[in-house]
Design a protein around this ligand. Sequence first.
Ligand code: 13P
Ligand code: SF4
Length: 343
Amino acid sequence: MDILPFTPAVARETEALKARMMKVIPEIEWPVHAPYIAAINALKREKNAVILAHNYMTPEIFHGVADFVGDSLQLARLAAKTEAKLIVQAGVHFMAETSKVLSPEKTVLIPDPQAGCSLAASITGADVRLLKQTYPGLPVVTYVNTSAEVKAESDVCCTSSNAVAVVEDIAREWGVDTVIMVPDEFLAQNVAKLTKIKVITWKGHCEVHERFTAETIRDFRDSHPGVIVIAHPECPPSVVAEADFAGSTSGMIDFVAQKQPQKVVLVTECSMSDNVAVEFPKVDFVRPCNLCPHMKMITLPKILHALQTNTVEVTVDAAIAERAKKAVERMLAVPVKAARQAA
Ligand code: 13P
Ligand code: SF4
């Protein structure tokens, strides 16, 4: 793809966005991003497309071109609700699949189909069938970070923001005190600490969050006295135990918005702090973090290419989609907050 020129017209058109993002994007990078931001926003309007962006997208995507931003649950709700016929999913493959499962009549594009997830890669539909044979009579609660094939074998899905509510809801419905919860071992262990329901789990891990340790958290506190520590529940339980608060990516944003701490560390993927810092300039973000190589495969040039060529379209086998949809809709019936409109 040709590099787009930074013309005076592009500079004028993107001036307000630049002012917003200068705290988190080096000025020298702006002439590279701005022409793509301008081109994507123009083409998006022309095609009546919406861009759904996860909170881990880079700031130039999150603040520059997204129509809606949120955590996995908020994006799933949005995909089900939007009237747009064309969705560009700025996130990883399972997120685009979830959008397609919920809206089979819409065209869902992913800018890079290789954008995977270590959790989604850790389990197959056959693994879930084996678990069900091993533990008959127990419901399967599946984290949305999985393929449609795995969701199709499940009774209900969950995300990190509704996992406790979903586990308790399905256990009540089935009249059991134990559920199977796959594939994130740490999320399942963290959920089990917050409910009386027992959880049988799987050995899947998020390659971003599993690398944090309790010692790292103690080091943050030693080198930044008074810092507030917020951890994602995909982190090991020993890390969550050291944190002041644990929550999904949107739970973290809400916490910062409500408490406005002087100094905070978000124990999660790197783009989170950049994206939140734009909205809360008075909060000091301590920035040790881990990058998700899959999320970082989504770039402005790839989003533009997706819109220009209507590729790569995400498809899901109709029979699998129908069964997966039941599990996702069962989850969506458990009430929580709506997605945020991008600023
Ligand atoms: P949430 O945005 O739902 O917290 O999920 C985090 C994540 O790792 C998504 O891949
Ligand atoms: Fe998967 Fe972790 Fe990356 Fe999210 S951050 S996409 S859970 S590997």
